[in-house]
Design a protein around this ligand. Structure first.
Ligand code: ALL
Length: 350
């Protein structure tokens, strides 16, 4: 049961969604995608039980580990935005339980497809493994926007799918953090890098940024290993690294969870001469910076990252980036680079 106006809205949105998908998702047109979206509108209406609810697109935010404060902050930012724009869209928030649950995240995308959402805004746990299921979502006429961790360009090309990326330059951010840490060390000092999940593009980029900073400052990287973004793993690895490298002076952690794990190990070893860097600017690390226990982190504005992705999804859904032809479609799949700032005790006191 829906009003003529609502039906008209849906029809035009169907067209726009299809355009959005061409702009935002696949290189090939998909008439089937339009049909699938047709059912999406109907199902949204019956699920919500009102024509008013059916008028709003439903946007699913699919995140990574909800145990990581970074994603809790991201979810809060998205919810605040959704409340302020309640007339424009309905937000569905999802995440997995731990950083390596790739199958769980694939399953979430499948669930969102089954619920026939209008758009999926995703921070992929793996840059390659999520591409096939996201391609399926695109084929089903769902607008897909990639945030935070960039999907692998080669796999996207192989799968003939285009998905806009919204997120920071992780390499530049990590380099700036690394150079900040280097200011309090001497040339020749030993440092280690705690990497994120090796299959994450942003983790790889941060490692590169840290390496560039260390090279420039003539620091000696004595180990670089993945602690899989996790606090506990970083804690165990740091304890072992402190024993293996007694002259260690610095730890460059590719996220704040790992920086906190490293800090606990450093404190347990009663080492007061080790400088620690992280990446994310979560509350616990801000506190540790203020207390002088962690030296520096990067603020990648986690609370706004999903919001920017949602804005891009809404733009695609509204056809603002509607393509004219295949080449124009390519151009409409615009990435959006977001800010990343160095956070120290000094910047926090401003
Ligand atoms: C990345 C984020 C954060 C986070 C990490 C753990 O994609 O950018 O740095 O800590 O995922 O999942």
């Amino acid at each position: 049961m829906c009003s003529a106006e609502a039906t008209g809205w849906r029809v035009s949105v169907l067209a726009l969604v299809l355009l959005g998908c061409i702009a935002g998702c696949t290189e090939s047109e998909s008439p089937a995608g339009a049909a699938v979206n047709g059912t999406a509108g109907d199902s949204a209406e019956s699920a919500a039980g009102s024509a008013v609810a059916a008028e709003r697109p439903r946007i699913a935010l699919v995140m990574k580990s909800l145990a990581n404060e970074f994603f809790a902050t991201m979810a809060e930012g998205a919810k605040t935005h959704a409340t302020a724009h309640a007339d424009d869209y309905e937000l569905i928030v999802n995440g997995i339980q731990d950083e390596t649950d790739l199958a769980g995240q694939v399953g979430l995308v499948e669930q969102m497809m089954a619920q026939q959402v209008s758009a999926i805004v995703i921070a992929p746990a793996d840059s390659k493994a999520l591409v096939p299921v996201l391609r399926k979502a695109c084929d089903a006429g769902i607008v897909v926007v990639n945030i935070d961790n960039r999907l692998d360009t080669d796999v996207l090309r192989e799968q003939q799918v285009q998905i806009p990326f919204v997120g920071p330059d992780n390499r530049a951010g990590a380099k700036a953090v690394g150079l900040q840490l280097a200011k309090s060390l001497q040339a020749g000092d030993e440092v280690v890098i705690l990497e994120g999940l090796e299959t994450s593009f942003n983790g790889q980029q941060r490692k590169l940024g840290f390496t560039e900073a260390a090279t420039e400052a003539q620091l000696k990287i004595v180990a670089s290993q993945s602690a899989q973004w996790e606090m506990d793993i970083a804690n165990q690895q740091t304890a072992a690294l402190l024993t293996a490298h007694p002259r260690l002076k610095g730890i460059l952690a590719c996220n704040d969870s790992m920086a906190l794990g490293a800090l606990a190990a450093v404190r347990a070893a009663e080492r007061t001469d080790i400088r620690i860097a992280g990446f994310d600017n979560i509350g616990a690390v801000r506190q540790a910076i203020q207390d002088g226990q962690i030296l520096v982190t990067a603020d990648q504005h986690g609370d706004q990252l999903a919001v920017y992705g949602i804005e891009t999804a809404l733009e695609l859904l509204q056809g603002v980036s509607a393509p004219g032809d295949g080449v124009a479609a390519q151009r409409t799949v615009r990435d959006r680079e977001t800010a990343v700032d160095v956070i120290t005790k000094e910047t926090l006191s401003r």
